[in-house]
Design a protein around this ligand. Structure first.
Ligand SMILES: Nc1nc(=O)c2c([nH]1)NC[C@@H]1CN(c3ccc(C(=O)N[C@@H](CCC(=O)O)C(=O)O)cc3)CN21
Ligand SMILES: CC(C)C(=O)C(=O)O
Ligand SMILES: [Mg+2]
Length: 268
C-alpha cells in the first residue's frame, strides 16, 4: 500500500491521476498508479459544470468513498472543494477529518495560499496528511481572471517558492504545482524535502498528475498541457452506436440473452 510517508522513497517518478468513481479507480489502481486524486475537477470532468466552484463537500465525500472502495494499493487523496475550507479554521479541519473518517481518504489536498499555512498545520497536527497545491489554483479563477500560467515574473515566482517552504514547515507531505514555468517547478522541487507533483509544470517535478478524462481521451476539451494517451470517448461512442444499431435491427437481445420459461406455456 502506498503511504504518505513512503511517497518519495525511490528515484522513480510519482504517478498520480484523478478518478471520480469505482470502476475508474479500479483501472487506475490496477495500472500501478501511486496516487488517485478525487479532484474537484469532477465539476468539469463529470458533473457538467464549467468550473470547480459549484462542487460540494458531499459530492467529493461520496465520490471519495466510491474510489476508496475500489482502490487496493494507491494512496487516495480527497480534494477539498471551494468553501469547504478557508472560511473558518475549525470547520476546515473538521471537514478534512470527515473525508478521512467517513469517506476513507488517506489524505486531503487543499488549494494553498497565505491563508492555508495555519490550516495545514492544524490538520497535520491532528493526523490529517495534507497535500498542498500552488501555482494555478482553479478555485481562484475569478480572482486570477482565467486559467493562466502562474509564477511568470520574479515576484510571483518568489511568492510561490516562499509559500511552498511555509507549507512544508507547516507539515504538508507533498505539493502539487499547476501551470507554472518548468524552471520554477524545477527550482521548487530542488529546494523542498517533500515531493512535488506537477501538472503543466514541466519534467523536473518528482511526479506528474493529469485529470483522467484528459489522459484517456474521454472529454471533448482538455487543457494545453495535457496529452491524450487513448481515445476512450471514441471507443465509447463506437460501443453505444453498436448497441443502438443492434436494438434497432432486432439483433439484440439474441437467444443467449433471453430465457423462455416452459412452465409459462399456458399464459394466455
Ligand atoms: N478536464 C480538466 N482538466 C484539467 O486539467 C482541469 C479541469 N478539467 N478543471 C479544473 C482545472 C482547470 N484547468 C485549466 C483550464 C484551462 C486551461 C487553459 O486553457 N489555459 C490556457 C488559456 C488560459 C486563459 O487565457 O484563460 C493557457 O494557455 O494557459 C488550463 C488549465 C486545469 N484543471
Ligand atoms: C488537477 C488536479 C491537481 C486537481 O486539483 C483536480 O483534479 O481537481
Ligand atoms: Mg482540484
Amino acid at each position: 500500500m502506498t503511504t504518505t510517508r513512503g511517497l518519495r522513497e525511490g528515484d522513480e517518478p510519482i504517478t498520480m491521476l484523478t478518478a471520480y468513481d469505482a470502476p475508474t479507480a479500479a483501472v487506475v489502481d490496477e495500472a500501478g498508479i501511486d496516487v488517485v486524486l478525487v479532484g474537484d475537477s469532477m465539476g468539469n470532468a463529470v458533473l457538467g459544470y464549467d468550473s470547480t466552484l459549484p462542487v460540494t463537500f458531499e459530492e467529493v465525500a461520496s465520490r471519495t468513498a466510491a474510489v476508496a472502495r475500489a482502490t487496493e494499493d494507491a494512496l487516495v487523496v480527497a480534494d477539498m472543494p471551494f468553501l469547504s475550507f478557508g472560511v473558518d479554521e475549525a470547520e476546515s479541519v473538521r471537514n478534512a477529518g470527515r473525508l478521512l473518517k467517513e469517506a476513507d481518504a488517506d489524505a486531503v489536498k487543499i488549494e494553498s495560499g497565505p491563508h492555508t499555512v495555519e490550516t495545514t498545520r492544524r490538520m497535520t497536527d491532528i493526523g490529517i496528511p495534507v497535500m498542498a497545491h500552488l501555482g494555478l489554483t482553479p478555485q481562484h479563477v475569478n480572482r486570477l481572471g482565467g486559467y493562466t500560467r502562474q509564477g511568470t515574473d520574479q515576484d510571483a515566482a518568489e511568492e510561490i517558492v516562499d509559500l511552498a517552504g511555509e507549507h512544508v514547515e507547516a507539515g504538508a507531505f507533498a505539493l502539487v504545482l499547476e501551470h507554472v514555468p518548468a524552471n520554477l517547478a524545477g527550482a521548487v522541487t530542488e529546494a523542498l524535502e517533500i515531493p512535488t507533483i506537477g501538472i503543466g509544470a514541466g519534467p523536473d517535478c518528482d511526479g506528474q498528475v493529469l485529470v483522467i478524462n484528459d489522459a484517456v481521451g474521454l472529454g471533448e476539451w482538455s487543457p494545453p498541457f495535457s496529452r491524450q494517451f487513448g481515445d476512450v470517448r471514441g471507443e465509447m461512442l463506437d460501443a453505444v452506436e453498436a448497441y443502438e444499431e443492434a436494438v434497432m435491427s432486432g439483433e439484440f437481445p439474441a437467444e443467449e440473452h433471453s430465457h423462455v420459461e416452459e412452465e409459462l406455456e399456458d399464459l394466455y
